[in-house]
Design a protein around this ligand. Structure first.
Ligand code: IDP
Ligand code: MG
Length: 135
């Protein structure tokens, strides 16, 4: 067991389609703790920093305009195995392949708008928390 912090973000489609309450309730139901949370816009600088590993890929420009297209809910979530547990709750990147019962499987249809972001490792989490909430 490992106590971890992770960075999660309900993306603009998740907010626009009014899934915030349902997603928060899934996070709490599994026993994780929401430590920080804010409804806010993602700046172009934060978007570029968060998705720098995808720069140059064909979907990169669309990804940046999607993530800056409307308010998001950014969160720091903590608890035992928080990174992997959130990835499990989220489901596969492509909503079309995400299992029913996962956030992406239940609230999305495509890979372009996939409802929620979650860090893929403890190292990414700490970097992303600094990008979105400051040091
Ligand atoms: P993840 O969000 O499950 O960690 P990543 O591979 O890190 O998936 O991709 C980051 C984000 O980029 C995805 O959540 C999705 O919004 C977008 N994305 C990834 N692959 C594609 C694609 O093939 N087409 C369009 N958007 C994509
Ligand atoms: Mg990722």
């Amino acid at each position: 067991m490992a106590f971890e912090r992770t960075y999660n973000m309900i993306k603009p489609d998740g907010v626009r389609n009014r899934h915030v309450g349902d997603i928060i309730s899934r996070i709490e139901r599994v026993g994780l703790t929401i430590e920080r949370m804010e409804l806010t816009m993602v700046t172009p600088e934060q978007a570029a920093e968060n998705y720098r590993e995808h720069e140059g890929k064909p979907f990169y420009e669309g990804l940046i305009s999607y993530i800056t297209s409307g308010p998001v809910v950014k969160m720091v979530v903590s608890g035992e195995n928080a990174v992997a547990t959130m990835r499990k709750l989220m489901g596969a990147t492509n909503c079309a392949q995400a299992a029913p019962g996962t956030i992406r499987g239940d609230f999305g249809l495509t890979v372009d708008e996939n409802v929620i972001h979650g860090s893929d490792s403890v190292e990414s989490a700490e970097r992303e928390i600094a990008v979105f909430f400051g040091a």
